[in-house]
Design a protein around this ligand. Structure first.
Ligand code: SAM
Length: 226
């Protein structure tokens, strides 16, 4: 079975969006993964298909109702669906490459996109949603976070990146940021490619890259070295 993503959203037209193009889009077309965008409003209430209501306790904004969202989740992911249920949320555990690898190795993901002030806490508990953040900033909705999460997973699926780019050498793999890259021309605006990269000595190249990875990680993300 191909890796399968189901996204619950109030904006299904945002999908596949950029994931319909390039590597992910080609893989989608040939069935290496699948993507269904399911409209939460299908389970909205009343003539206006309302999905949200005012926050208990007062305050600004609206909250997505637990009963509406649970009905949508139950419709796409009945008990027994082994896919993890993710809720995109700035409050969530930050997404990192090791969680991405785990997700990519599994059967896929059910991804809930919040809007407004977020979702009723009871549906997070009752449907065992794993809150996932894509960074310490607030987006207007979970859709872009869902696209980010799926992109990171899909590029790791077998055959998606092609044989020249295994992904094993990249930033966060092995705990370091990646070393600098260069290509032709050899000289550009008075800047040259480091001699070692043109030496043909694979051992020296590997050593230089490792040292550069360590330097850049130390300077920019010392937290990764801890
Ligand atoms: N009131 C929420 C808070 O302060 O934590 C922010 C709600 S935000 C305006 C609306 C939705 O965008 C969230 O429910 C979530 O689905 C999504 N979102 C916003 N920032 C995100 C982030 N950094 N990572 C993942 N999802 C995010």
């Amino acid at each position: 079975m191909a890796w399968s993503a189901t996204v619950l959203t109030l904006f299904p037209d945002m999908f596949p969006g950029p994931l319909g193009l390039s590597l992910a889009g080609d893989a989608l077309k040939r069935g290496a993964w699948s993507l269904d965008a399911y409209d939460i409003r299908t389970h909205g209430l009343g003539r206006h298909r309302a999905v949200d209501d005012t926050p208990a306790g007062g305050g600004a904004g609206m909250v997505i109702r637990a009963d509406v969202l649970a009905a949508a989740i139950d419709a796409v992911a009945p008990e027994g669906d082994a896919r993890p249920r993710l809720l995109m949320s700035p409050r969530g555990r930050p997404l990192n490459q090791s969680r991405v690898r785990e997700l990519a190795a599994g059967p896929g993901a059910i991804i809930v996109c919040g809007r407004f002030e977020g979702v009723d806490e009871r549906v997070i508990e009752g449907r065992r949603l794993e809150e996932v953040s894509i960074g310490d900033y607030v987006l207007s909705g979970g859709e872009i976070a869902a696209l980010v999460t799926m992109d990171a997973c899909v590029r790791l699926l077998p055959g998606v990146m092609g044989k020249d780019a295994s992904g094993e050498d990249e930033s966060f793999e092995g705990g370091l940021l990646e070393y600098p890259h260069y290509t032709r021309p050899r000289e550009w605006e008075g800047r040259s490619i480091p001699d070692v990269l043109l030496s043909g000595d694979h051992g020296r190249v590997a050593k230089w890259r490792r040292a550069e990875s360590e330097r850049i990680t130390r300077e920019r993300r010392p937290d990764l070295l801890r």
